[in-house]
Design a protein around this ligand. Structure first.
Ligand SMILES: *[C@@H]1O[C@H](CO)[C@@H](O)[C@H](O)[C@H]1NC(C)=O
Ligand SMILES: *[C@@H]1O[C@H](CO)[C@@H](O)[C@H](O)[C@H]1NC(C)=O
Ligand SMILES: *[C@@H]1O[C@H](CO)[C@@H](O)[C@H](O)[C@H]1NC(C)=O
Length: 384
């Protein structure tokens, strides 16, 4: 072809180019689209793993704390298969155990290898079943009321545990604050759906049981245990155990007249003396590096009538954290002045009380709190 002029040549060149290369252009586009979508189809797990990993590492956890290696352990221990590990196939996977004493947090070596307890009369390995699945956990002997119920029906207070799971599932980044963990039922269930917990209990035997189950199930990195009384300030409180040291469900802080109320209900129950032990507050959790993973939380609280004191020690906790709700035992606050303290604080912090069912709830705001059910769910007003 002979070009008669620059303009004609340019036009011809453009036409020729468009005739010859559109397919090439499209192929190129298709190719890049295919590559990226193929990548997404082939490697969604890689992407998600990477996200999870960077979220975990982005918290300054392992800069601040000696247990930085837990970041990697968390990484490998989220798979459900890890929960069913063969006995003895892995090294110890103990939770961190911390206690607040003399105005600071320190590590405590309360975890012992679960194998030490396999033939122990106070360490039964019983099947535990909730909406999170079914595993075996260490319970107390069957002289402990809660353990007896687990042996018979697979869980104690299953309705509450399943509701905690339901609440956690509302947001993938929500973790659990488990106050009065006992043998760790709620925290274990939360770990089974991949959530972290700070689990608090003052009875050493309860801490040992939660440790043994966490190691046995290979979920130690998901649970931080706090061995303290939780109250409105740090210091000393009187704590009452059962006389025989075989029942752990009704241990309590002896304050605000709760003992008078309990005596009436448990007139046959054999209680021991009170022992002076160490208390801390929810606000002191801010001095733990572990709190980094707990910016969005759900709270379960069952502390036998001391709930109001726990809340009085939680003013920063409620201000600074995104608290998506609380389930608390109400039984011991019926016709007690503590009920007013709880209602005032929860209202001030913009929560509303509900009776809860599996996945629905009904508003209790207009009902006399002496008539509320034994367990109450508080939800933020902004969500209701
Ligand atoms: C985590 O694992 C990676 C690769 O497996 C390793 O390079 C890194 O040092 C580990 N980090 C810690 C804190 O152990
Ligand atoms: C537990 O006790 C049984 C007999 O009662 C014994 O055969 C077994 O070896 C013991 N296991 C441990 C871990 O001590
Ligand atoms: C309470 O704290 C004191 C130190 O003030 C300590 O000696 C004691 O062992 C603690 N009690 C428990 C049960 O850990």
């Amino acid at each position: 072809m002979i070009c008669m002029s620059l303009v004609l040549c340019s036009v011809l060149y453009l036409i020729r180019y468009q005739i010859l290369f559109p397919k090439g252009t499209r192929i190129h586009e298709t190719l890049s689209k295919t590559t990226s979508s193929a990548l997404q189809e082939l490697f969604p797990k890689v992407t998600r793993i990477h996200e999870t990993f960077s979220k975990t590492t982005s918290s300054a956890l392992h800069v601040l704390f000696p247990k930085g290696t837990r970041v990697n352990e968390t990484f490998t221990k989220t798979t459900s298969s890890a929960l069913h590990r063969e006995q003895g196939s892995q090294p110890n996977d103990f939770p961190d155990v911390l206690t607040f004493v003399d105005n600071h947090w320190k590590h405590e070596n309360l975890c012992k290898p679960y194998k030490m307890f396999l033939n122990h009369s106070d360490f039964l390995l019983l099947r535990y079943t909730t909406n999170a699945g079914s595993v075996k956990i260490f319970t107390h002997s069957l002289k402990d009321g809660m353990s007896l119920i687990i042996s018979r029906s697979g869980a104690f207070e299953l309705k509450t545990i399943n509701r905690v799971l339901y609440q956690l599932e509302q947001d993938p980044n929500m973790n659990l604050i488990d106050i009065g963990t006992n043998i760790g039922q709620h925290s274990i269930a939360a770990a089974m759906i991949g959530r972290d917990s700070i689990a608090i209990d003052n009875a050493i035997s309860n801490i040992e049981h939660a440790c043994a189950s966490a190691e046995y199930l290979n979920i130690g990195s998901r649970i931080t245990l706090i061995h303290n009384i939780l109250s409105d300030s740090s210091g000393k409180r009187m704590f009452r155990y059962s006389a025989t040291h075989t029942d752990f469900g009704v241990n309590h802080v002896d304050s605000d007249g709760i003992w008078d109320k309990m005596k009436k209900k448990f007139y046959e129950f054999n209680f021991g003396k009170t022992v002076q032990e160490n208390s801390t507050t929810l606000d002191n959790l801010f001095f733990l590096p572990q709190i980094q993973k707990f910016q969005k939380v759900f709270v379960k609280m069952d502390v036998e009538g001391h709930e109001h004191r726990v809340l009085l020690g939680a003013k920063n906790f409620f201000k600074q954290l995104d608290v998506h709700g609380i389930i608390m035992e109400w039984t011991w606050h019926v016709k007690r002045p503590s009920s007013k303290i709880i209602k005032t604080l929860m209202t001030e912090w913009n929560f509303k009380p509900f009776e809860f069912f599996e996945n629905t709830e009904s508003d209790l705001s207009s009902i006399n709190s002496d008539l509320w059910p034994p367990d109450v769910l508080w939800l933020p007003m902004k969500m209701h």
